[in-house]
Each structure stands twice: as C-alpha cells, then as structure tokens.
Design a protein around this ligand. Structure first.
Ligand code: ADP
Ligand code: ASP
Ligand code: MG
Length: 413
C-alpha cells in the first residue's frame, strides 16, 4: 500500500465544482489502495485579496505577525470545504491547520522556514483509512504564533509533509499539464518535459518558473522525494522531478524562464579602491536584502560603476540604503529602475557545450534586444533586458534553443 501526498493549487480548488472534482480524485486514489494526505492552497485569488486587504489597513508593510494571521485564513477555508466534499462522497476526512498538524517553523513571519513536522497525528488518521486534509503555506512557531512560508509556499508544505510521512512520492496538481520548456501562457509552442532533474528544476524555479516554489524542490532533492507535477483537469501523465541518475538523457537546453520581479540599481562613479564593494553591499545584507546579479565595470580614471539587481519588493528600501552609502563613499550618482526582466536559459547539457552563451546573445541581437546585465553558471545563462521585451525574448530563445531541435541528447554515457 503506497502513501501518496497530493497538493492542489489555487486554480484546482477555485470554486465548489472544482473542490468536488478534487474530492473525487482523492477518493479515486484511496480506492486504488493508497493512503492519501492532501495539502491545499487557498482558492484562486483569495491570497491576493487578503494581501490587498492587509495593505489597505496596514500600509505598504503591514505588521508581519498580523499579516500571517490574516493570509493564512485562505487555506483554512479550503481544508474545511474539501473535507466536506470528501464526506459528500461517503468517505472519512479530517482537516488540519498547520498548527494542528504540528508544522513547526521559525519566527520569520511572511517567509518562515520549516523546522519540524510531527507526523504522528496525520499517520494515525491515514492508518484509520481516513484522508488528512492539510492547510498548505502555514505553520506555527515555538510560541504558537501563526507563520506563513512565502508566496507559493503550499508546494513546500506538501513536499515537507511527504518527507515527514515517508511518502512514496508527492503529486503537485496544478492548472497546466506539468513543467514546460517555458511558460505555456507566453509561448503556445512550449512542450511538456517528461522528466527533469532536481538540479535543473531548482534553477528553473529560482529563475522564474513559478510552477513550483524553489524551496519545495530543494526540500525534495534533500529528502529524495520524487515530485510528479500534473494537471488536476485531466489524467495525463505530468512531469517527474527526479535525481540525475534516474534520467537517461538530458536536453541541451531544458527550459527558458523569465522573471519580472526584480529591479536594478546603479552606482556610478565609485572610487576603484579596495573595500568599495564591501561598503555598498554590507549595509544591504545587514538589512536582509538579497542581491542577485552584480556587475562592476572596468575602471576608467580610477572610478567604476557597480550595477546590481534586487527583488522588486525590496527596491525602495535598497535604493534608499544605497543612496546613503553612495553619499558616504563619494559616488557620483545612485539611480535605478523597475522596468527590467531577467530572461534565462537552463540546461544540464550546457555543462559540456561551449558557445551556448554567445548563441543566446546572437539570438537576442537578431531581435534587436539590448542586454543590460549578464550572469552565468554551469547550467544557466541569464540576461537582464527591458521588461517590455520579455515576451519577444522568451519566444525567440525558445524557438532557437528548443523548437529548432537543439534537443539532442548530450550525455556521454
Ligand atoms: P498553483 O496555483 O497550482 O500553485 P501556479 O500559478 O503557482 O499554480 O503555477 C502554475 C503556473 O505556472 C502555470 O499556470 C504557468 O502559467 C506558470 N508557469 C511558468 N513557467 C512555467 C513552466 N516552465 N512550466 C509550467 N508552468 C509554468
Ligand atoms: N495561497 C498561497 C499563495 O497564493 C500559497 C500557495 O498557493 O502556494 O501564495
Ligand atoms: Mg503555486
């Protein structure tokens, strides 16, 4: 008898009919002889509405503890409704909030990290033949305060529950058939990937493919939990996210991603002396601001420019801090803009292929798209461009690297 954790995202539980559809799928899995724990998100749009309400009353940065109390209510609604729908099919089900199921986190409100899960209560429910319906996205700290795991956090809840229960695998049900070579909403030619390694999926998620929260994939890799991403609207086989040794051949470039959630800050005319970068980035790091790409130009006349990107949510704060530091170190000017996008190509096959980056730059040049910043790692190349050109860049790169048959296997063995 297998133990399966299923997670249903917002669209999959978006209205009463869809909740009844989920209940039917859960019962089907139960009838196939499995034990089933279900993790659910808030109904689609609900979390956004709650965040908007929090900002309306609490301002741009609402009190984090109360924000978590508020936004966690979305999932609480769904667990009760899904449990009722399963009862409606004549089966037993019990709902659990994060606190009730023993999902302990640290105290970092709005972006808490999971510390431990007490699986006993859930296991006893499953062993009795009932379904456990668990609220995703939420936990509780050591003092009983409600915490949330950051947007998209139900994916991470699901994988963590799967790890704690020793599940055979974790199914992530969403509104697309799996992980695609790029966002199917932008490129209709995008194709479903049958199998992808944890490593590539971590890169794709961190570079903007929102189909899985990055932390869920890291968690799965660490605990060896296979993830099956699939649609809740059909029975198609989806995408398996697995260790590299279970995937025989990789694509040269597996995916194209984009991220419009970053902003750029430029410090012009910094004296090119030891310690300048530390003076700029120290205060940002002390303020908990994560800096992504960093470019320092070659110095001319003893001064240089430093440009970097941060999350849009941190942009105002980061700009103010950098302006202050810029004044202290005598920089000529500090400015920035929020109208950028980061577009990336990702693929394990790039490890052994030279010339991928230059080909990417040529594709963008042919489109007349200007590159502002570049970053590379073993399995990705990212560029920052004007946000208005995102769709065009993604389409052109997808056409050049994926549709044009660059998909030949490149493994040596
Ligand atoms: P859920 O509410 O089920 O968690 P999300 O909206 O968080 O769903 O994630 C699914 C969405 O991710 C899809 O509708 C799709 O538009 C988007 N997406 C972005 N990049 C990709 C990709 N490479 N593959 C699949 N979906 C992607
Ligand atoms: N409801 C939360 C969100 O919208 C968590 C999730 O859906 O994963 O971000
Ligand atoms: Mg999601």
């Amino acid at each position: 008898m297998a133990l399966i954790v299923q997670k249903y995202g917002g669209t999959s539980v978006g209205d009463p009919d869809r909740i009844r559809n989920v209940a039917a799928r859960v019962v089907e899995t139960l009838d196939a002889g499995n034990r089933v724990a279900v993790v659910v998100s808030a109904m689609s749009g609900e979390t956004n509405d709650l965040v908007a309400l929090a900002r309306e009353i609490g301002g741009e940065e609402p009190d984090p503890r109360e924000y978590d109390v508020l936004v966690s209510t979305g999932e609480q609604k769904t667990i009760a409704l899904l449990a009722m729908a399963i009862h409606g099919l004549g089966r037993r089900a019990r709902s659990f909030t994060g606190a009730q199921m023993g999902m302990r986190t640290d105290t970092a409100h709005t972006r808490a990290r999971i510390a431990s899960i007490d699986a006993k209560r859930i296991l006893s429910v499953l062993d009795s033949g009932a379904v456990a319906v668990i609220a995703g996205f939420q936990g509780v700290d050591d003092e009983g305060n409600i915490t949330t795991l950051g947007r998209g956090g139900s994916d991470t809840s699901a994988v963590a529950v799967a790890a704690a229960l020793g599940a055979d695998h974790c199914e992530i049900f969403t509104d697309v058939d799996g992980v695609f070579t790029t966002d199917p909403r932008i490129v209709p030619e995008a194709c479903k990937i049958d199998r992808i390694t944890y490593e590539e999926m971590i890169e794709m998620a961190s570079l903007g493919a929102k189909v899985l929260q990055i932390r869920s994939v890291r968690f799965a890799a660490r605990h060896h939990i296979p993830i099956h991403v699939r649609s809740s609207f059909n029975r198609n086989e989806g995408t398996w996210v697995l260790p590299e040794d279970e995937i025989m051949e990789g694509l040269f470039v597996s995916g194209v991603t984009y991220n419009r959630d970053e902003a750029k800050i430029r410090v012009r005319g910094v004296r090119d002396v030891p310690g300048a970068a530390a003076r700029i980035f120290g205060p940002l790091s002390n303020a908990g601001i994560v800096v992504d790409m960093i470019i320092q130009n070659l110095s001319q006349d003893g001064t240089t420019d430093v440009t970097f990107t941060v999350k849009k949510d941190d942009y105002r704060r980061a700009l103010n801090i950098t302006k202050e530091v810029g004044g202290e170190i005598g920089a000529e000017e500090v400015g920035g803009n929020e109208t950028i996008a980061k577009v990336s190509i990702v693929g394990l096959g790039m490890k052994d292929h030279a010339g991928v980056a230059s080909r990417m730059f040529q594709v963008l040049a042919d489109e007349g798209i200007n590159i502002q910043l570049i970053a590379t790692s073993e399995i990705k190349v990212s560029v920052v461009i004007d946000v208005a050109e995102t769709d065009r860049a993604v389409k052109a790169l997808h056409a050049a690297f994926i549709e044009a048959g660059a998909a030949e296997p490149v493994r040596e063995s």
